[in-house]
Design a protein around this ligand. Structure first.
Ligand code: SAM
Length: 248
């Protein structure tokens, strides 16, 4: 008997789609923007994404012989910052960048050939259980179709004592809501059109931020899979949030 067609119970920005469509559309977005991804990040955030990423990486534990996994790692920004930091402290470590999109990986490999790259969906990591010391995901979790599965996978691959850290867009504090709402709805898609020649991709970015989980919902999801000592810190008035927890 054929499988029943799946219902549109996921969202791609404001659009209701099936799980299959969501994953396909997300892959297509990042395939289209891969070549202009880095410059767009600088323009859209007026360079502030560098501070967020720096702050994120500095929050991570320094571990001799540690195995670090950066999921949805894109072109490798986080992994490279991590590499520089760990080398600064002369620590022997292994850093793996995983991403679902071959175009983003290709761009990343050209920029950072010394890192290890893995083509993989966050929902099904081809890694052993209890094998990773630090799991990071930056601006990627929002794009994942089955987010519960991705967190379950994070928990599975982490070693006992390992840290989960997720940097993601979040909800701004009330005084900033109007201005930020205008920026997301009107400025971001225009910039996407002018700079990346892809208004739709940046329309998606804007909508995916507006429809993303609240901080409480994300913390709840993390606790549900078993992460402990969970906490959330915000940056730039709530534009981004760092959610973290441990597998104890
Ligand atoms: N972490 C990088 C950074 O901070 O610059 C890249 C973030 S980029 C906004 C989102 C990345 O998530 C893209 O490279 C995309 O291919 C990846 N991605 C989306 N869904 C994914 C999934 N299910 N599994 C793994 N990677 C995924």
């Amino acid at each position: 008997m054929p499988d029943r067609p799946s219902l549109p119970e996921h969202t791609f920005g404001f659009e209701k789609v099936t799980a299959f469509e969501k994953t396909k559309k997300v892959v297509s977005v990042f395939e289209r923007v891969a070549s202009r991804y880095d410059i767009m990040n600088d323009v859209m955030s007026v360079g502030i994404h560098r501070l967020w990423k720096d702050w994120f990486v500095k929050s991570l534990p320094l571990k001799q012989n540690g195995i670090y996994l950066d999921v949805a790692g894109g072109t490798g920004d986080i992994a490279q910052l991590l590499y520089e930091r760990l080398h600064h402290f002369r620590l022997q470590t292994q850093i793996v960048v995983a991403d679902i999109n071959p175009a983003m990986i290709e761009k990343g490999q050209m920029r950072h050939p010394h890192l290890s790259w893995l083509l993989s969906n966050a929902e099904a990591l081809p890694l052993n259980s209890n094998s990773i010391d630090v799991y990071t995901i930056a601006f990627g979790f929002r794009n994942v179709t089955h987010r519960e599965k991705a967190i379950e996978e994070a928990y599975r691959v982490l070693k006992p004592g390992g840290k989960f850290a997720c940097l993601e867009f979040s909800q701004v504090l009330p005084p900033l809501q109007k201005l930020y709402g205008f920026y997301l709805s009107h400025i971001i898609p225009k910039m996407g059109e002018w700079i990346a020649q892809d208004k739709d991709a940046y329309q998606y970015l804007s909508e995916s931020i507006q429809t993303f989980l609240s901080r409480e919902e994300l913390l709840g999801m993390m606790k549900k899979v078993g992460l402990e000592r969970t906490k959330c810190d915000i940056f730039t008035g709530g534009v981004v949030a760092l959610h973290s927890g441990y597998k104890l």
